[in-house]
Ligand binder design. Structure first.
Ligand SMILES: NC(=O)c1ccc[n+]([C@@H]2O[C@H](COP(=O)([O-])OP(=O)(O)OC[C@H]3O[C@@H](n4cnc5c(N)ncnc54)[C@H](OP(=O)(O)O)[C@@H]3O)[C@@H](O)[C@H]2O)c1
Length: 309
């Protein structure tokens, strides 16, 4: 039987991994799903782990999204129906800009015959405003440029493919147990006024939204939507954390939070955006799309997130 083949970028990472998992958890689809996961190194531990944990239902393809010809050479023309794209910012260790990772891949995918491209971007102040607001945060601006490229290409190449842009806010996974959780809290405390709320989303839910978009293309065709499951002041986040775990939300010394905001300029600019403008997702609308959307408490209660196991 013919299959619906979905190529997932970043499946060895947080978002792509959640997308692959959410696709595999869907009820049986007709035609059946075939998931192809892109990795730059199929021999790396995390790629082998991904393939082993989804044996028989997920295949790896090796390649770099900036050199997409090589990726599509191994996949017969027209065989891939949909593509999920996530990009890694230079500050996350990538040597490529986010445009360098995404634009050639978009071009090659359309040339190959991909019919639906789902891009995970970042929220920039509302579903409409985000189109006009690249912001001064470099890795937000790069995602903004990719969005415009994708939208305009679809318009130029009328009918060849459709797109969906998902715009997540700050990840709840920033609060996984470990040093980064304390640092994130310290930056939040240092950069945001006490009454200012920060919107949050679980990566698990980003995966579920992407899986919906990939398997219900008509409903999500040419839509750009912000994704958030909660919005909290830091005091509210502390209270939620304490009520679920019985502990104090870890927070590094103020000097460390301030130091990070100062030393990593890009992170400082991003927290300044949180204070001055902030994410503006319509959470109630998203909850209508997905009634079990996780808020901070639900995320903390999930044992696999490390606080209640
Ligand atoms: N953290 C937050 O609060 C937050 C909020 C909103 C948006 N974001 C955005 O989320 C993005 C990161 O997503 P994530 O956390 O899912 O990333 P991640 O866990 O760091 O994973 C990055 C993935 O990208 C793949 N990759 C990197 N460069 C590649 C290339 N040139 N070709 C092919 N694959 C490549 C890696 O695969 P291999 O190593 O296997 O090749 C890996 O699977 C960033 O752009 C960030 O701005 C983050």
């Amino acid at each position: 039987m013919a299959s619906n083949t979905i190529l997932v970028v970043g499946a060895t990472g947080q978002q792509g991994g959640a997308v692959a998992k959410a696709l595999l958890e869907l009820p049986t689809q007709n035609p059946p799903l075939r998931i192809v996961a892109l990795t730059r190194n199929a021999q790396a531990e995390r790629a082998k782990k991904l393939a082993d944990s989804h044996k028989g239902v997920l295949e790896l393809v090796q390649g770099d999204s900036s050199k997409p010809k090589l990726i599509f050479e191994s996949l017969p023309k027209g065989s891939v129906n949909s593509l999920f794209i996530v990009t890694a910012p230079a500050m996350g260790g990538s040597k490529l800009t986010e445009e360098e990772q995404a634009l050639p891949l978009i071009d090659a995918a359309v040339e190959h015959g991909v019919k639906h491209i789902v891009f995970s971007s970042v929220e920039r102040g509302g579903d409409e405003r985000s189109w006009e607001n690249p912001t001064s945060v470099p890795h937000f601006l790069e995602k903004h440029n990719i969005e415009i490229y994708l939208r305009d290409k679809a318009e130029k190449e009328q009918g060849k493919f459709i797109w969906t842009i998902l715009r997540p806010v700050a990840f709840l996974e920033n609060f996984k147990p470990g040093m980064f959780c304390s640092l994130f809290t310290a930056m939040w405390a240092s950069a945001l006024s006490p009454g200012k709320k920060l919107q949050l989303i679980s990566v698990h839910d980003i995966g579920k939204f992407a899986a919906k978009a990939l398997t219900e293309p008509t409903k999500w065709s040419n839509k750009a939507v912000g994704l958030a499951g909660d919005e909290l002041t830091l005091d509210e986040a502390r209270a939620n954390f304490n009520s679920v775990t019985g502990k104090k939300l870890p927070q590094a010394w103020g000097i460390l939070g301030k130091g990070m905001l100062w030393a990593i300029k890009e992170v400082g600019t991003m927290f300044q955006f949180f204070e001055d403008e902030g994410y503006q997702v319509d959470i109630e609308a998203r909850r209508k799309d997905m009634p079990d959307l996780q808020n901070f408490e639900a995320w903390l209660e999930e044992p696999s997130n490390g606080w209640t196991n």
